[in-house]
Design a protein around this ligand. Structure first.
Ligand code: C2E
Ligand code: CA
Ligand code: CA
Length: 243
């Protein structure tokens, strides 16, 4: 009942261009503040929502809200930013996903190039029925695609080169070690170089420390998302820092 009780809300975490410190977009992250259960982490409720199928409704809700929010920012005259929305494997495998996406864009009047869908590597590799067709349909709508959680699971270079992917997000658990483990630093460097050679931008996720940021800068990483710049923010707080 979280939707109807208006217990769901969104925080947005800025994504920052590493070379000029400018915000280029933000990721929409779902939150529930339940009157009965208090604040719930998405790590708790997303898996349950996926098992029960409720993720389909929740996912459509956040997609629409994020598009409405981003369109309102553009209408207020701030520079256009890209809003990123996480898409669950359960959601994307449902027939009608592309139709739903298309109608949300039409209803909200957000230009598709200002929307990015974050799809995890594991969704793509293990649970997408027909990944190529789906991703091509998303791309055909003009919506950007980001490969989430890269580096922890399959690190499938094949997917990276054969799918229409705009950005690759190096997972936090991997970024955690780049400052302390030389091997991890080399791997990060190699992933960034490979991504660049096929025109894919790289986002480093969960950057907390200056040493991590310095290393990513030296290796020409494009975008950083992490507490070092900002935690996920309520819409009003995000608008404040955008201004
Ligand atoms: P994710 O997609 O990997 O999102 C990034 C997570 O890392 C977020 O956690 C964010 O708050 C956290 N994070 C970012 N920078 C830092 C940092 O510097 N340090 C630390 N310690 N954490 C950082 P959050 O918001 O708790 O979300 C957890 C996961 O829940 C997300 O991981 C995503 O898989 C899922 N999720 C959240 N919202 C949605 C949604 O609307 N739909 C779906 N399907 N999944 C969602
Ligand atoms: Ca994500
Ligand atoms: Ca992640």
């Amino acid at each position: 009942h979280a939707i109807e009780n208006q217990e769901i809300f969104i925080k947005y975490q800025p994504q920052v261009n590493i070379s000029n410190n400018k915000i280029i977009g933000f990721e929409a992250l779902m939150r529930i503040n339940s009157s009965k259960l208090g604040n719930l982490s998405p790590k708790e409720f997303i898996p349950i929502a996926e098992e029960s199928g409720l993720i389909v409704e929740l996912g459509e809700w956040i997609l629409r809200e994020a598009c409405v929010f981003n369109k309102s920012l553009i209408d207020q005259g701030v520079l256009p930013y890209i809003v990123s929305v996480n898409i669950s494997s359960v959601q994307i495998n449902r027939t009608g996903f592309i139709t739903m996406l298309d109608s949300v864009l039409k209803e909200t009047h957000l230009l598709p190039k200002y929307l990015e869908l974050e799809i995890t590597e594991s969704t793509l590799v293990s649970s997408l029925l027909d990944a190529t067709t789906l991703l091509n349909s998303i791309q055909a709508l003009g919506v950007r695609i980001s490969l989430d959680d890269f580096g922890t699971g399959y690190s499938s270079l094949n997917y990276l080169t054969s799918m229409p992917i705009n950005t690759l997000k190096i997972d936090k658990s991997f970024i955690d070690n780049i400052g302390i483990n030389e091997k991890d630093a080399y791997i990060a460097e190699t992933i960034i170089q490979l991504a660049h050679s096929i025109n894919v931008d790289v986002i480093a996720e969960g950057v907390e420390y200056q040493e991590q940021l310095d290393l990513l800068k030296r290796n020409n990483c494009d975008i950083v998302q992490g507490f070092i710049y900002s935690k996920p923010l309520l819409p009003s707080a995000l608008i404040d820092i955008l201004h």
